[in-house]
Write a protein of this length. Sequence first.
Length: 678
Amino acid sequence: MRTFLLNFNTPFLINFDSGIYQSILEIIMQYYEVWVSSNSYHSQENLTYHHEKKLKVGQIILVELRQQLVTAFIIKTTTKPRFKTKKIYQIFNLPILPNHLIQTGKWMLFYYPSTIGTVSRLLLPINLSATTIIDLPPVTTVPINNLKLNQLPPLTTDQKKALKLMQEKNSYLLHGVTGSGKTRLYIELIHQALSNNQSVLILTPEISLTSQLINNLEKIFDKYIFSWHSKQTAKQRERNWLNILTNNSQPKIIVGPRSVLFSPLANIGLIIIDEAHESAYKQEQAPHYETTRVAGYMSKITQAKIILGSATPSINDYYLATIKNKPIINLPNKIDHKNNLVSKTTIIDLKDRSKFTTSVYLSQELINAIKNALNDQEQTLLYLNRRGTARIVFCSVCGWQALCPHCDTALTYHGDNFKLRCHSCDFSSSVPINCPMCQNSEIIFKTIGTKAIEEEVKRLFPTAKTARFDTDNHKIDRFENNYQQIIDGSIDILIGTQILAKGLDLPTLSTLGVILADTSLYLPDYTATERTYQLLCQVIGRVGRGHIKANTIIQTYQPDHPIIQAAINNEYDKFYQNELLERKRFFFPPYCSILKLTIRRSKISTALTVATKLKKQIIDFNKSLTVEGPAPAFHEKINNQYQWQIIVKSTNRSNLLEIINKHLPANCFFDIDPINLL
């Protein structure tokens, strides 16, 4: 028997037995459907929990899922279900999740088919710490009227014209050549958003670009900026996330890669996607979302202005803007900080070996240009989009080649640690002194990478300060940790992959050497020409930005190739029209949607059998679809599993979604709207 004190008008005592007590609890109990932030939940169905308190949609909570406590949020209220429910374990004393994030999550769940657990991990930290919540710093405010744009250079005529157009529309593509001052326009629009008490999201494709952008923005918006990226610790990201959620009374500027799109920012007024053409904006893991598409949806439900900024817009973005009559705002001219600067571009045919008298890799023209830059205390950038020292290691006698035992792909030689390494599964081994097959010592290293160029530069210019930047860097050597030395010219010769090709403004950089311009042209993919054009235009754009004279030396086996010529001459319209004709002829995006299906099995025969059966099922489901394959994937074997691909094309994207939801066998991986077919 239990005794309760109920206060109606006059206190009195009533005795209840346990059955009545349970009935009363059930009457006052509230039921909620929730989304859990856990990869272990593989469903698109909401989970139901109960609590005696009335909670709001978006409330952040802790629930038990399979004997583990996981972070979750309430997606909707509901009635008592027929099944038994668990109680919500904890309610965090936090503001609710912004509604636009919840709506975006719901849309993504089906547009990029995935699971609730996977999508929720984009919206919430994996684990919330009560200690972190308690230790959050107090809210500080900064008056908007203290911001002074007069510290910046005045707008050019082109920029003024572009800004006027941008203020009239909410969604547009900003096509500005490298060095035309897109960031200056961003600053004007950010200031306008903050003045309207609206927050701003600024997305960059690489962490390396975040440092430069923040450095430019801090001059005006210092106290408003939050950075957010994967190199921060989990605790740092959690703390930033909580700071943003709990301090939404003042507008903010959030800068970082694609994940910042899901920061819990309220009252968004502006979304900027810088270098919008970059492949890094495509999520390679589930959910396989395209950032520009998600940002577009988010801008609609928030009524935020959205900018897709690029010197080399993607074919798809440019085409969609054209057919949907969305504004394409052009900045066709570079800003010339100093008048009458001479820019020189030289093309070196790699087939003419008479031009390589001092070095196998660097032409004499390029070596002389580096010498002149060093004498003038100017900077040189050497670009090669290949890591390592040598990409192919083989025996000249019997033809043996160093291959990964798990992936069957060529191992890359890294001379700094004398190791062979697989860039797919990260397998590594020592370099054999003798051929494992014939015992001959004639081991040959072919096809150079950035480490080989670094060794060659140090041999040729031993007193110069040299630095290499690629994804093989140790933490202390990464670009973001050496940003100031790069910008101020302390490093004489920069060597790197596409990390150095994007968006950087280097005031003392006068000399650019492209070691092999046609690397990506050899890739067997429909996007190879587009990728080559974009990378070449971007890296060429690092020089000739109006600071000092520019000297560009481009080494290529195909000096007359139309893509190479279009990139050198910055002929985007010509490139775009030619590429559209090719895409239409062979039925590739933007003229269709694509679904890439990958079947992985331990035996090649099994992979082929399953893939062949799946192709028949897809054709039987809808004979109007274009189904190509099955064929071995570009990386045919990864981690001891063989990969076979099927490519499905359709003008109706919903057909592809139906295949994903109804027709895929176990261990079949899919990517809808893939950025390439490799």
